[in-house]
Design a protein around this ligand. Structure first.
Ligand code: 9WO
Length: 244
């Protein structure tokens, strides 16, 4: 999969993506990452990428032309299907399902805005979609683009060393994670649950599923509303409720 980020801060994107899972996926050529700087598509001597907002008010707006030309150049490098996405708090909230769907696209062009945002006509004319990583404002779209790249990359075949990890993720699909423990066995009087030391893998799987269901019920009941639980899961959740 090919990621292209349109950004005034290309080094920020390249350096952050060079770590960990995304860094390895790039090295192993499972994904590619390129940046396109709107500043390189300006013609004036000051390399102006922004201008004052019509109607007045504080701040500056990113001009259409440099963004448009950067996206056009990025599209020239496509080898298959392309999607252009603007990242903003006004966008569609990203979910695991939306990101899974995006795995099927061969080129994802992510546009990171700065200042007060981009000329609305760029969103309307040049972008296929607008995505949000959550209901908060950050200082620019780069960190949002990096989150999208990270979340999609880990879904691609061969990226997570263990194919098990991906399977485990889908097994727990739509639920919060269960608690994890490592040595020591006792910490400030807090013991590791006995079942995890039992060596009984079926019991451990049951306990973990019960914890995942229970924590989701306690912390994110909204996630359970849109989920069909199996009879066994219903029973485990009932046990959890009875225990608290
Ligand atoms: C700035 C601003 C200033 C005064 C009043 C309202 C304001 N809104 C913004 C604003 O949204 N600035 C954005 C900064 C412009 C586009 C890039 N920036 C951005 C992207 N901030 N937060 C995101 C973002 C992206 C994806 N998901 C969540 C947040």
């Amino acid at each position: 999969m090919q990621f292209d980020v349109v950004t005034l801060f290309p080094e920020m994107v390249i350096s952050a993506a060079s770590y960990g899972v995304t860094g390895r996926a790039i090295e192993r050529k499972i994904v590619s990452l390129s940046t396109w700087n709107p500043r390189d598509y300006t013609a004036d001597k000051h390399k102006t990428v922004d201008d004052r907002p019509y109607g007045g008010g504080p701040g500056m707006v990113m001009k259409h032309q440099p963004l448009h030309d950067a996206v056009m150049d990025a599209k020239q490098t496509a080898t298959g299907s392309t999607k252009v996405v603007y990242l903003s708090p006004q966008g569609k909230p990203i979910t695991q399902a939306l990101l899974s769907e995006a795995c099927g696209i061969s080129q994802l062009i992510l546009v990171a805005g700065r200042y007060e945002g981009v000329d609305e006509r760029f969103v309307q004319l040049d972008c296929d979609d607008e995505w949000s990583i959550g209901d908060y404002v950050i200082s620019g779209g780069e960190l949002a683009a990096l989150i999208v790249i990270d979340a999609i990359t880990r879904l691609l075949p061969g990226v997570l060393g263990h194919e098990e990890s991906a399977k485990q993720d889908s097994y727990m699909d739509g639920l919060l994670d269960y608690p994890h423990f490592t040595r020591p066995e006792q910490l400030e009087g807090y013991l590791v649950p006995d079942v995890l030391l039992s060596g009984n893998h079926a019991d451990i799987a049951c306990w973990r599923m019960k914890q995942a269901l229970g924590r989701t019920w306690q912390r994110r009941p909204d996630l359970l509303k849109n989920k069909n639980l199996s009879a066994e899961q219903e029973q485990l959740l009932q046990q959890f409720k009875n225990e608290v």
